[in-house]
Ligand binder design. Structure first.
Ligand code: ARG
Length: 459
């Protein structure tokens, strides 16, 4: 079929070129945004007397009919069209006649596609925010239950200091809170209307861009028409917020995988979120967490693809930009799937406090507290550190731990040691005394939970 843009050329393109050029197989998902955007455009054309009110009404009715029929399944998208914009216009013209061709007055596909993509991503970003909140609620609940659950805290994946599992989980809560903030910030810059920028230079018609922007729920309009049709920063920012979120999910996944191993056994995932092995009967694999970790790569890839696609583009629109959509769609879909599985996986994860405690007891994890004990008795920290280092070294040689040395043995290292040291270095004391703001004590963790809850309520 001859193209809608037949004129300058005969519009007869090679089949291979058509397939290559076409974007309908992926931009078809923006049909709603496209039609709603066109309805706003038609009403603006009517309101400004660029077309008559009755013409505007007929366009709007026709467009609404297409939307209804698509939603009810009465109308199917014709995948042989170049893109969703052409499809809608084609159906409209077929249904209401030549009037349908007036819809494209004072606009271009360049501002139209930018508009559709912004409206689509605005919706996706808002739904991602809602999903992160669900995950946060699951994390908060687990943290609340485990405010006093002692586990080893690690640096370099070596046991470092005792912490509570609630404290550890709240670290992720803080990350997810920032993710919400980031998506909301991205939405601010998504929510700028490009419609009316037309091909690139604006238009000679007396349009009202703000009327359209208002109707479509935008905060403001792009103030430079060349920028309006060339800007894909919002896609990059969206892909970047997705990447950071995935990085957080991936680190969390990695820990869940480690904690689920026989070597750790800190948590056990529900059967509903694990798989078995086809050959090894003992296996319970953390496939969901592994997949989230794995899918992080493709989300980073989308970000890199977008940045690279844009870096050499002259202003204004270039067809290269059609590549923006698959990248952001894939990132949004991947993030959605990961969040959908992650929240219930965390909510149903069984915590094994005894194993966490046992692991915390074996690693001289309270050596810092032993040194602090001497410091409180007047010794400079460096000297205390040295003495405790010797004690740990000797214990390792003799197969002992700090808790099993006698007071007399301690006194061989320093006369400052007294009976009360055993209470001071008990794991519970180590944890309970870390009351500094943001620290690991149950009291401090409770404050962190309250803070995050408050932030969620203020949303
Ligand atoms: N399918 C195109 C895209 O996604 C729509 C814009 C086409 N504009 C143009 N001047 N060819 O970018």
């Amino acid at each position: 079929m001859a193209k809608m843009w037949t004129g300058r050329t005969d519009g007869v393109t090679d089949k291979i070129a058509d397939d290559f050029n076409s974007s309908i197989k992926f931009d078809c998902r923006m049909y709603k945004q496209d039609i709603v955007g066109s309805i706003a455009h038609a009403s603006m054309l009517g309101a400004k007397n660029i077309i008559s009110t009755s013409e505007a009404d007929a366009l709007i009715e026709g467009l609404q009919g297409i939307l209804d029929d698509l939603e009810s399944g009465k109308l199917e998208i014709d995948m042989s069209c170049e893109d969703i914009h052409m499809f809608v216009e084609q159906v409209l013209t077929a249904r209401i006649g030549d009037l349908g061709k007036k819809l494209h007055t004072a606009r271009s596909r360049n501002d139209q596609v930018a508009l559709d993509t912004r409206m689509y991503l605005r919706e996706r970003a808002n739904s991602i925010v809602a999903k992160i909140k669900e995950l946060l609620n699951a994390v908060l609940l687990k943290a609340e239950e485990n405010k006093s659950t002692i586990m080893p805290g690690y640096t370099h994946l070596q046991r470092a200091q005792p912490i509570t599992f609630g404290h550890h989980l709240m670290a992720y809560a803080m990350m997810f809170l920032r993710d919400i903030d980031r998506f909301k910030d991205v939405i601010k810059r998504i929510n700028v209307s490009p419609i009316g920028c037309c091909a690139l230079a604006g238009t000679t018609y007396d349009t009202d861009r703000r009327f359209e922007a208002n109707k479509l729920g935008f905060d403001t309009i792009a103030l430079n028409s060349i920028d309006g049709v060339s800007d894909r920063d919002f896609c990059v920012e969206f892909a970047s917020a997705c990447s950071l979120l995935m990085m957080h999910l991936s680190r969390f996944s990695e820990e869940i995988i480690l904690w689920s191993s026989w070597e750790f056994k800190f948590v056990e995932l529900s059967d509903a979120y694990t798989t078995g092995s086809s050959i090894m009967p003992q296996k319970k694999n953390s496939d969901m967490a592994e997949l989230v970790r794995g899918k992080t790569g493709r989300v980073y890839g989308n970000l890199t693809a977008l940045l690279t696609m844009l870096k050499g583009l002259p202003l204004a629109y270039n067809k290269d930009m059609q590549e923006d959509k698959e990248a952001v769609f894939d990132s949004a879909d991947t993030v959605d799937m990961c969040l959908d599985v992650f929240a219930p996986m965390v909510a149903t994860m069984k915590v094994l406090p005894d194993n966490m405690l046992t692991a915390a007891q074996k690693g001289f994890i309270n050596a810092t507290d032993l040194a602090d004990y001497l410091v409180k008795k007047g010794l400079p920290f460096r000297s205390a550190y040295k003495i405790c280092g010797q004690i740990v070294g000797d214990c390792i040689k003799n197969g002992k731990v700090l808790e099993t040395l006698t007071i007399n043995e301690y006194k061989n290292y320093s006369q400052l040691f007294e009976e009360d040291l055993f209470n001071e270095i008990s794991l519970a004391t180590c944890v309970n005394k870390r009351i500094s703001e943001g620290g690991t004590s149950p009291e401090s963790v409770a404050k962190q939970i309250e803070f995050v809850k408050g932030e969620l309520e203020n949303e």
